[in-house]
Write a protein that binds this ligand. Structure first.
Ligand SMILES: Nc1ncnc2c1ncn2[C@@H]1O[C@H](COP(=O)(O)OP(=O)(O)OP(=O)(O)O)[C@@H](O)[C@H]1O
Length: 772
């Protein structure tokens, strides 16, 4: 067990250890398993493994005295065969590799599909409508902003994490749903049971049942082929392991006798909302002893930071030790303080605070333009000598990243107010105005993207053309008004594009393309030889239309959107009637119903979920970010990564002390996740008492401190905070953990100086930060 702060080489140790096992111990690469927490981090590990592995092999094979046998081993070594990924992706692959001939294939569902199934097959829709008061009351604390859900969609969003936790946390669901409990408990246990049954009967898995399935096999000693021969298990980011995952690791080690190495940092645990339980990491040595009967070596400590400048290391060290109330949440005994390896850089931690988001966006754009497009940025007051400038070789905007709690470019509509643009939106526009651009595919909802509107509008017109009376099939469906509203908007966008008669592609016009699908779905005469097939995947309709919306092929964000839509359409194959295909009504009498119903299924299971905004654009879709764009990412996604210049949004949009955004900066009530933990604790014999040892509010503060600690420790050369000027006001009442507020309402940024008898300055200026 290795425990150490950020940038100290934990991941590096794992990669080197894997290489040592291959090169020195001669363990075959496919017998080594390395897991981490995000797909981005997994890709990072794989690329380091290959890059360093190849370099070592090249050097070694060039050596004269190497004997022929060693030469041969090195030449045939395929580092690519090391099993790397997130635990979920490895479980998925393992299960796929392990199917008996008589077993049906298991399909893993994306979160949105699980959501749709919960609503429809878990009877959530019916139960919610019939028991709205009980359900809304019970679910209110678990919603995004604590308001009772008023639609089935909102209820399902609040319910999904609870249903997942039933498995992840190994909750005693019978006790939870027992008759003596509140009626809502019984209802929810019932919905969860129906949902699970549906998944089982249809050979579907969500992520928690996927992990459970692997655990069951390991326990039954039916180790999946992919893992059967495992000799080494290396786990990065172990602090974010949940109880189910811990059980998988222990069981895998017991079943295979593999060696087991975990690395982590208690201060960087960010995934409580996915069941991560820091207490498992803190008690790792003891838990290992109990479960494996072996006392692990460790905790071993790494103490030097190889990533960041000393100024940055000092800054995040001070930050994480600022609040005394956080100390008890950290690992005991405390790990040594991390210290910088490099010499002082003379570049202080920078901050840009401005009166409002548009001004901030403009000024930050100016700064980025100086650094990446111009001659560099120099402090006008000469406080530090160096010119801040892109790397001489290949430096570009992609060396910078903007990290925030959220990357949304529009505020969520609140109490019927129209959505307001957030900082990231202003920044997108400001960058564009200066000939730069950003990469933030998650910043906007799919349903609001102009090109998505066009594509889906065309797709609806293709498969659900208006009838003679002008209406569409979807008008008559029982889907939410929200969905219908957006679908009508898309149809208008699709019509407009059709009317503009864009240029033909390979001699084919858009009108022809749409017209042919119309004939297909209406069962008209058969003009297209490929229609000898009775049914066509809806994906083909989409891909047929894409060439007329070139954004999807030409723009990196467009590629991500298309991938997200395609996945939604592809997932339908797993759970939708007609498997995501449209059926051609060849024989009008016998077939008409299938044709029509297949279209309804697409509208309901693919199109409506996008219109209801339940399909998230996954940041992980895009393997690499274009080098010439400013990358915008949530802090969660940045875990384990590093960038030369990191800009952290510490409240660009917080112009006042609005209660609804307190949970993002200075909670006055336990977060939704902490409340779920509290509600389930009595039925979670093992984890419940561990977690509730600290109050829900304490845990919510902890999570924010860890979040910003991770953000502040990502940069290599420059850390820059951006925020709203009001956060700096001497009398600021906009409290934010990231700007030095402690849970006891005292303020580190302000406490340094005493102004007895003198007038306090209008704004605070902590000495460790240079405001520009
Ligand atoms: N011994 C070393 N000498 C020089 N550079 C190192 C050494 N160990 C790690 N590094 C470099 O330091 C940086 C941080 O290392 P790494 O990502 O392994 O740290 P980490 O502890 O996993 O960080 P985090 O906790 O933030 O994920 C990397 O760029 C890595 O190449």
């Amino acid at each position: 067990m290795i425990v150490a702060g950020p940038g100290s080489g934990k991941t590096t140790v794992l990669v080197l250890r894997a290489l040592r096992h291959m090169l020195v111990d001669r363990i075959a690469p496919e017998r080594i398993v390395i897991t981490t927490f995000t797909k981005k981090a997994a890709r990072e590990i794989r690329s380091r493994l290959i890059e360093w592995g190849e370099a070592i092999v090249d050097q070694a094979t060039a050596m004269q005295h190497l004997d022929a046998a060693d030469q041969a081993i090195l030449r045939h070594l395929d580092v690519n065969r090391v099993v790397t990924g997130t635990l979920d992706s490895i479980c998925q692959e393992a299960l796929g590799s392990d199917r008996h001939a008589d077993e049906p294939p298991l399909v893993t569902l994306e979160a949105f599909a699980a959501n749709v199934i919960l609503q429809r097959r878990g009877r959530l829709g019916q139960v919610f409508t019939a028991n709205q008061a009980e359900m809304a009351d019970f679910l209110a604390p678990f919603t995004f902003d604590g308001t009772p859900p008023s639609t089935v969609g909102e209820a399902s969003r609040a319910l999904v994490p609870i249903v997942e936790r039933f498995i992840q946390d190994r909750v005693n669901v019978d006790a939870f749903g027992a008759a003596s409990q509140p009626y809502a408990h019984q209802l929810i246990a019932g919905i969860a049971a129906d949902y699970r049954r549906y998944l089982r009967e249809n050979n579907l898995l969500d992520f928690s049942s996927l992990e459970e399935a692997i655990l069951n096999r390991l326990q039954a000693r039916r180790v999946p082929t992919l893992l059967a021969d495992t000799a080494v298990v290396l786990v990065d980011e172990y602090q974010d392991t949940n109880a189910l995952q811990e059980a998988i690791y222990f069981e895998l080690v017991l079943a295979t006798g593999a060696s087991f190495t975990v690395v982590g940092d208690d201060d960087q645990s960010l995934y409580r909302f996915r069941g991560a339980t820091i207490e498992l990491f803190r008690a790792f040595v003891e838990r290992c002893q109990n479960r494996l009967g072996i006392a692990p070596q460790g905790p071993l400590y790494l103490v030097e930071n190889y990533r960041s400048t000393p100024e940055i290391v000092d800054f995040f060290n001070a930050f994480v030790r600022e609040d005394p109330n956080f100390a008890p949440a950290r690992i005991q005994p405390p790990k040594p303080v991390i210290r910088a390896n490099a010499a002082a850089s003379q570049m202080p931690v920078l901050a840009m605070f401005r009166p409002d988001a548009p001004t901030l966006a403009n000024d930050l754009t100016g700064f980025l333009s100086d650094v990446f497009r111009g001659g560099g940025y120099r402090d006008p007051n000469g406080r530090y000598p160096d010119l801040l400038r892109r790397a001489a070789e290949g430096g570009d905007l992609g060396d910078a990243v903007l990290l925030g709690f959220s990357v949304l470019e529009m505020q969520r509509p609140f109490r019927g107010n129209p959505p307001k643009p957030r900082f990231a939106h202003h920044l997108r526009n400001a960058l564009m105005g200066s000939g730069m651009s950003m990469f933030n595919p998650r910043g906007r909802s799919l349903r609001d993207i102009e090109q998505v509107e066009q594509l889906l509008g065309l797709a609806i017109l293709a498969i659900d053309p208006p009838s003679r009376h002008g209406g569409h099939l979807f008008d008559l469906m029982t889907i939410t008004n929200e969905a219908k509203f957006f679908m009508h908007r898309w149809v208008a966008a699709g019509r407009a594009l059709l009317a503009a008669a864009p240029a033909p592609i390979y001699g084919r016009t858009l009108q022809q393309e749409v017209g042919e699908w119309n004939r297909f779905v209406l069962g008209g005469p058969n003009p297209n030889p490929k229609w000898s097939s009775r049914d066509w995947p809806f994906l083909d309709v989409l891909y047929g239309l894409v060439p007329w919306v070139p954004h999807f092929e030409e723009d990196p964000e467009g590629q991500v959107y298309l991938e997200a839509i395609s996945r939604a359409a592809g997932q339908a194959a797993g759970f939708s009637a007609y498997s995501g295909k449209i059926v051609r009504p060849v024989d009008p009498i016998a077939d008409e119903d299938h044709g029509r119903r297949s279209i309804l299924a697409i509208l309901r299971d693919v199109i409506a979920p996008i219109a209801e905004n339940v399909i998230d654009v996954d940041e992980e879709i895009m393997p690499s970010v274009p080098r010439d764009r400013l990358n915008v990412m949530t802090i969660h996604q940045a875990k384990g990564l590093e960038y030369p210049l990191v800009i952290v949004d510490v409240g660009a949009d917080f112009t006042m002390d609005a209660p609804k955004n307190r949970f993002r900066r200075f909670p006055d009530a336990p977060s939704a996740t902490a409340q779920i933990e509290d509600a389930l604790a009595p039925f979670t014999p093992e984890l419940g008492p561990l977690r509730t040892a600290r109050s829900g509010l304490d845990r919510s503060f902890e999570d924010l401190i860890r979040l910003f600690y991770v953000a502040f420790s990502r940069p290599q050369s420059v850390l820059m905070l951006v925020g709203c000027e009001k956060l700096r006001g001497w009398k600021s009442n906009i409290k934010h953990v990231a700007t030095g507020w402690r849970q006891d309402q005292s303020w580190a940024w302000k406490d340094q100086t005493s102004y007895v008898g003198r007038r306090a300055p209008p704004i605070v200026s902590p000495p460790s930060i240079h405001f520009i």
